[in-house]
Design a protein around this ligand. Structure first.
Ligand SMILES: Nc1ncnc2c1ncn2[C@@H]1O[C@H](COP(=O)(O)OP(=O)(O)OP(=O)(O)O)[C@@H](O)[C@H]1O
Length: 589
């Protein structure tokens, strides 16, 4: 499907529920444009009547009654046109606000259904651009352009018809230059479109860069890269400027060009009218009336062309936005396995059986991995950075699906289990724990909003974060917000552990925090983990070996392969890779 078709389909989808409003606007546009097209005929008639009156003055038969009636009719039609526009504008503002609201809501809900892969491969800023830049462009265009397109389109056709009814010769003169204008316009518009599309892509890249740099501000500062960051920013910004300039230049050039054609046309129409009078094809009074009428028609004929070109960039940006939003809507959703099995806790074991996986084609990161976690046991996954530990977690939770092999939950392939049921049974504490806006209590009961306060406190105690929370002035009611976060990475992870404990998952995956953990917090994490793991089936992705010495089983991953398995003592006795990892780490402690 072509991009424009995709964009138009998107608009159709969101305007369809408001078809009544759209219909009212179309009808009112018809009324308004019809009235605006008819009004000049009365202007011409008034001029003819006035000229006739002036001629009749000498004869003594002069009367202004027809002049007044023509003038009155003209005023009536102009007023009717304005009132119709006013009402149409009100109706349109309402359905525009409603339909863009639907777009925004659907976009956000879509995000909540999409594959994790999409978020892993798109920068935050680019995703935010869809909500800001693209939806704003759509809203602006819908507010300013829809009515223009409808009413100017009707005016254009109406004017052509009425011009031919009034005088064929002058009508042909007025529209004679149109094919030439259209050819020039299409060529310029095509050029503008390329750059306006590019403008949106560049803005999206710029937003991506800005969010990335803001998130990485501390890294930038500590590496003394602030100036380089600004330099790179300028590169992105210059690309936006260049695309913006070219897009606006090409779309803007049409407006003065058409205005020029309009003036030229006026001169031709007046000359043609004058020639018709001088060659006695019409009387002076009728001729003057015709000239005035066609001067007006020439304006109404050109106005749609000039108006549409002046809002062309707006329309094009909205089409680009709609195409980008339509692309997001067409992304694959997570497979919820609606007819899949529902599970209620782990009875026996969770197993990875000969699992191979790669995030991208032809680049496998896990090779033939087999790991078994029996009920009530804790298994730790260790290995150098990039060995695939987090990837294993991504697969168990079905953030991604295996390429070959399978993961089974009590013998059932997790791809045959209802996604919601699987996720309810698998609790995850992520390495980068996220706290949401709200109180600490809200954050702990995030996965179980109905949990009473006693449960919240119990979970916090088990996670070893209760004492810290109680030391805060507002205790559990302390507000958490990204802007004034008072928590360290480790503390955030402890709150996150409490959050997961509250939901009491059958199977727990804990991706241990690696950075910014002070020794007290590290000790707390250690204790929290001991609490959490005790008697619970768990899978710990460990970065500090100290935290997993008591695990029932330690699995060593290296370059995506399981190279050793056993408990701490067994692995040390093997004097293999684990032994080396352990001795290297303890040497630093
Ligand atoms: N979303 C992704 N897309 C493509 N490749 C990825 C993605 N996430 C991880 N990888 C790659 O997969 C490999 C394994 O990464 P993974 O995060 O599982 O390692 P890890 O053992 O958890 O490392 P660490 O100890 O540093 O957290 C790495 O080579 C990494 O570059």
């Amino acid at each position: 499907m072509s991009d424009t078709k995709k964009a138009l389909k998107y608009f159709y989808k969101y305007l369809k529920p408001y078809w009544k409003g759209v219909l009212i606007v179309v009808l009112l546009s018809l009324v308004s444009s019809g009235a605006a097209v008819i009004a000049p005929t009365y202007l011409g008639r008034a001029v003819t009547d006035l000229t006739t009156y002036l001629g009749d003055l000498k004869k003594g038969t002069a009367s202004l009654s027809t002049f007044y009636s023509a003038l009155g009719s003209m005023l009536f039609f102009y007023c009717l046109s304005m009132v119709a526009i006013f009402i149409a504008w009100m109706v349109m503002s309402k359905f525009n606000a409603d339909s863009t609201n639907d777009m925004r809501e659907n976009l956000f809900s879509k995000f909540q259904r999409m594959l994790v892969r999409y978020f892993d491969t798109h920068q935050d800023g680019k995703l935010l651009s869809l909500f800001t830049s693209d939806l704003d462009n759509i809203f602006n265009a819908m507010n300013n352009a829809i009515f223009e397109v409808i009413s100017q389109g009707i005016r254009f056709i109406g004017t052509i018809i009425i011009m031919f009814v009034v005088n064929r010769q002058l009508a042909l003169t007025t529209i004679a230059t149109t094919p030439f204008i259209l050819i020039i316009s299409v060529v310029i518009m095509k050029k503008a479109r390329v750059y306006l599309d590019k403008q949106q892509d560049e803005i999206s890249d710029l937003n991506g860069y800005i969010t990335e740099q803001i998130n990485g501000e501390k890294v930038i500062i500590t590496n003394g890269l602030r100036e380089d960051s600004v330099k790179d920013f300028k590169k992105y910004n210059n690309r936006v400027r260049s695309a913006m300039f070219k897009g606006q230049f090409y779309s803007g050039i049409l407006f003065p060009l058409l205005n020029g054609f309009n003036l030229l046309n006026l001169a031709i129409v007046i000359a043609m009218g004058a020639w018709m009078i001088m060659s006695h094809q019409v009387t002076a009074a009728v001729g003057l009336g015709l000239i005035v009428t066609f001067v007006e028609y020439s304006q109404t004929y050109f106005e749609p062309l000039t108006q549409l070109t002046s809002i062309y960039s707006m329309i094009q940006l909205a089409l680009t936005g709609a195409k980008r939003l339509a692309n997001v809507e067409s992304q694959k959703d997570e497979d919820e396995v609606p007819n899949g099995k529902k599970i209620d806790g782990l009875k026996k074991s969770l197993k990875l059986e000969n699992v191979s996986f790669g995030y991208v084609k032809d680049k496998e990161v896990l090779h033939d991995v087999s790991i078994s976690v029996d009920k009530g046991k804790s298994v730790a996954l260790v290995g150098p950075t990039g060995s695939g530990k987090t990837t294993v977690m991504n697969l168990i939770n079905r953030f991604y699906d295996v390429n070959s092999g399978k993961i089974t939950f009590d013998g059932t392939d997790i791809r045959d289990i209802q996604l919601e049921s699987l996720r309810n049974n698998v609790g995850i504490v992520l390495q980068d724990s996220i706290l949401f806006t709200g109180t600490i209590a809200d954050n702990i009961r995030y996965g179980k909003p109905e949990a009473p306060m006693e449960e919240v406190v119990k979970a916090a105690k088990q996670a070893n974060i209760h004492d810290f929370i109680m030391s805060l002035p507002d205790r559990y009611e302390t507000q958490v917000s990204e802007s004034d976060s008072v928590f360290s990475t480790g503390q955030k992870q402890l709150i996150s552990i409490a959050r997961t404990l509250l939901t009491d998952p059958a199977f727990l995956i804990l991706d241990e925090a690696t950075s910014n953990v002070d020794t007290v917090t590290e000790e707390n994490i250690q204790k929290a983990m001991d609490h959490v793991i005790a008697g619970r089936t768990s899978f710990v992705i460990a970065h500090r070996l100290k935290t997993i010495l008591n695990s029932d089983k330690i699995v060593v991953l290296k370059q995506g392969r399981v190279i050793e398995q056993g408990n701490h003592e067994e692995l040390l006795a093997q004097k293999g890779f684990y032994y080396k990892l352990y001795t290297d780490q303890t040497a630093f402690d």
